[in-house]
Design a protein around this ligand. Structure first.
Ligand code: HEC
Ligand code: HEC
Length: 450
């Protein structure tokens, strides 16, 4: 009996020693447990994978077109409208000033040094199409990638990346030119007006069964900071009240921990990434979502077979993992300390968690319900037009962190509430909260602090 105890204790010891030692120093320690060594190096693999995925994902988010230049370049010929007649394209061309007015942003880290100095000193002409072409060549226009067959300034194709709609810049050099802010929605960007510049909108005419004028009218109805990510599946260009059916561009930051994405909760981040890359950006790859194979709800997708796309070679699927990882890594930005009243925000927090009942849906610190965060239109007191355009026919609780960077263009999926005061008034009425004016003020200050 006694002997056995000793033997047991000894074997526990021999098992334990290599593990402890390996943490201090792996050199000179006999690695007698093959399984254990592997499990430790797998931890290293996880770390290495994390930093590679982050780096790769950032590149994809910022610069990858997924092959969509065949659509924006070969088919719509956007590069010809940008270059203008004088540079072998059509029309007057696009000057940097016009590009900035359309909300396009310029990454200062890619602006050639001489040009940066000239812009700062006011001597660079922002009214020359040539400057736009130089910026494109330097890969400085956020979310727009030009392709060249040979030397020279004239691009032969143009493609778009995720950053076009989901990044902006901090205006470090001048308005519209600065350092990248990935994940911040570009609420200045007039996507519709940019697409409407294209010499040809033939694929949209064909898909939607509308003539070019009607397509351009729809595109121009969106306005800055908006895009309609369901139009080419359901063909619903306008709401019943005649207003545009587009939604505001959402934040792509602060989404880790959140289940279900888009205003109407289409699916996970990676579902939506494939959806956008293939069906919206027109990148080339695989996309499958049988819910779109519905002739009543998604007649266009059903006709164009967008529910099961198998373009080869697949330039989307191999990028989804790293892209997903990068998106999960983007934190929500912190509002400047002087941008809200701290004492009022503290009082507002108590209201948010208590009397105003906000936290029942916007559960801190995610500000969205853990689980299935979906609500009917009636629950939140609005119409169901946009909800009905999605598979679950509900609205997803919007995560609220970093609200301060998406005030422009308004709140809720279509920006219907111009200010946070309007949002709070809506809830006060809908839920009969009976908030006083000063309570509403405190609640708004709290929202500004998130
Ligand atoms: C042309 C503009 C545009 C481009 C390009 C674009 N998106 Fe979006 N994105 C939108 C809009 C608009 C929505 C909201 C759609 C909705 O709710 O119906 C959205 C929604 C999202 C969401 C959901 C956000 C949330 O609150 O859950 C994520 C994540 C996202 N996009 C990531 C991407 C990625 C990654 C790419 C590149 C593969 C991309 N987007 C390309 C316009 C764009
Ligand atoms: C029943 C669940 C629910 C409750 C309770 C609730 N919300 Fe919401 N909230 C939502 C949903 C769903 C949306 C998305 C609506 C849309 O986009 O159309 C939303 C959107 C918002 C937005 C807009 C975010 C953006 O970026 O557009 C704000 C701000 C907000 N809620 C604040 C509040 C406050 C403050 C309260 C308490 C007074 C509250 N919510 C109570 C579900 C809820």
């Amino acid at each position: 009996m006694r002997r056995m105890h000793v033997a047991l204790a000894a074997s526990v010891l021999t098992l334990a020693v290599p593990v402890g030692c390996r943490h201090l120093s792996t050199k000179g320690v006999p690695q007698n447990g093959a399984v254990r060594t592997q499990s430790n190096s797998f931890s290293d693999d996880i770390r290495a994978n994390s930093s590679t995925a982050l780096e790769e994902g950032q590149k994809i988010f910022r610069h990858d077109t997924f092959g969509d230049e065949y659509f924006w370049g070969d088919t719509l010929q956007l590069q010809r409208a940008i270059a203008g007649e004088r540079h072998g394209g059509v029309g007057p061309g696009l000057t940097p000033r016009q590009a900035l007015q359309l909300g396009l942003k310029v990454d200062v880290d890619h602006v050639p040094r001489i040009m940066g100095a000239a812009i700062r000193g006011g001597s660079a002409s922002l009214d020359e199409v040539q400057t736009t072409l130089e910026l494109l060549k330097a890969d400085a226009v956020v979310g727009v990638k030009a392709f060249y067959d040979s030397g020279g300034l004239r691009p032969t194709r143009i493609g778009i990346t995720c950053a076009l709609c989901h990044s902006t810049v901090n205006d470090a050099l001048t308005k519209g030119i600065g350092n990248r802010l990935d994940g911040w929605p570009n609420r200045d960007l007039d996507v519709g007006a940019i697409i409407a510049l294209a010499p040809s909108v033939a694929p949209l005419e064909k898909a939607l069964g509308l003539n070019a004028d009607a397509i351009r009218k729809t595109l121009r109805s969106w306005g800055p900071g908006k895009y309609d990510a369901e139009l080419i599946h359901d063909g619903k260009a306008f709401r019943p009240d005649g207003k545009s059916a587009a939604t505001v561009l959402p934040a792509a930051f602060g989404l880790a921990g959140v289940n279900l994405h888009t205003y109407t909760g289409w699916g996970s981040i990676t579902h939506w990434n494939a959806y956008v890359a293939v069906t919206q950006m027109h990148g080339r790859g695989r996309f499958f979502d049988p819910r779109l194979n519905d002739p009543a709800k998604f007649p266009v997708a059903q006709r164009t077979k967008m529910y099961d796309v198998r373009a080869t070679p697949d330039q989307v699927t191999p990028k989804l993992a790293a892209l997903h990882y990068y998106q999960m890594s983007m934190p929500a930005p912190t509002p400047p300390a002087n941008s809200f009243d701290h004492a009022a925000a503290d009082r507002g927090r108590s209201l948010f968690d208590g009397q105003a009942k906000c936290a029942t849906c916007h559960v801190p610190p995610l500000f969205v319900e853990p689980g299935w965060p979906m609500h009917t239109a009636a629950e939140i007191g609005i119409d169901d037009f946009q909800a009905k355009r999605s598979p679950d026919e509900r609205y997803r609780t919007t995560p609220l962190k970093g609200l301060f960077v998406r005030a422009k263009g308004g709140f809720y999926h279509d920006g219907r509430f111009a200010t946070l005061d309007d949002v709070v008034n809506h809830y006060d009425e809908h839920f009969k909260l009976g908030l006083t004016a000063s309570q509403k003020h405190d609640l708004v200050e709290y929202l500004k602090s998130l």
